[in-house]
Ligand binder design. Sequence first.
Ligand SMILES: NC(=O)c1ccc[n+]([C@@H]2O[C@H](COP(=O)([O-])OP(=O)(O)OC[C@H]3O[C@@H](n4cnc5c(N)ncnc54)[C@H](OP(=O)(O)O)[C@@H]3O)[C@@H](O)[C@H]2O)c1
Length: 254
Amino acid sequence: MEGSSDFNLEGKVAVVTGSSKGIGAAIAEGLARNGSRVVISSRKQENVDQLAAELKAKGLEVWPVACHVGDAGQLQHLVEHTVEKFGRIDTLVNNAAINPYFGPLEGTDPGAFDKTMAINVKAVLQLSALALPHLEKNRGSIINISSVEGLKPTFGLGIYSVSKAALIMLSQNMAKEWGPKGIRVNTICPGLVKTKFSAGLWQNESILNMYEKDTALGRMALPEEMTGLAVFLASDAASYITGGVFTADGGYCL
Ligand SMILES: NC(=O)c1ccc[n+]([C@@H]2O[C@H](COP(=O)([O-])OP(=O)(O)OC[C@H]3O[C@@H](n4cnc5c(N)ncnc54)[C@H](OP(=O)(O)O)[C@@H]3O)[C@@H](O)[C@H]2O)c1
């Protein structure tokens, strides 16, 4: 209900990409714990099956669907299968991303550039457009997982940073174009979070020390520390919030 301060997600259905582990898995569990039915999705069927079984054992209503976000056919299947299973889509969390290259800008392989933009930006638009008619029916919302890298670049993460900055602008364009349809679109920018994706950063002592020194809270995050914002943005309590860019970075961007 518009204008409600209700954080409860009961009755809603969410799709979270890249959610078999890391931040996506934490957000999927957080949404489900707050009452949403959630489609768990990532490239590998065994990974989504495993997390879905763990969450079902906790009494949560989740459903596994494998989907490589770089494959248009699999994106379509994800949307169709969700609607077949649960009858609706209220929340789309675009979380899957890649970072195939770490190093100076001038060494960027053109193939790695294209792949990064295809997964981190193009796939988000494609999936959101496929979900659009379903979201429109329910005045639903999209949450895009960008990064502090989209706001403040780090040496070596150049093209990844560019893709995450593009994602922020894509989110704001979606918010503007789809607001009149009643759809809200917001962006979460995590700081350094302890996952497999970022292991190359936090397992390097000097990089970790530098991050901790630059961060007001003096530490990296755990994946579950990203869920509060996502649950809030998916809920009716956020009914007037769109186009927002929210950091969850322990004060790294200060
Ligand atoms: N960790 C950080 O410090 C950090 C900081 C800022 C932003 N982020 C952002 O947070 C998001 C999640 O990152 P994470 O750290 O949680 O990563 P992660 O722990 O490595 O998990 C990545 C997830 O995405 C899936 N995946 C990978 N490629 C995919 C593809 N092409 N299509 C669909 N699913 C795919 C993986 O499962 P499969 O192998 O089964 O596909 C896995 O479930 C990303 O957007 C990342 O840019 C992370």
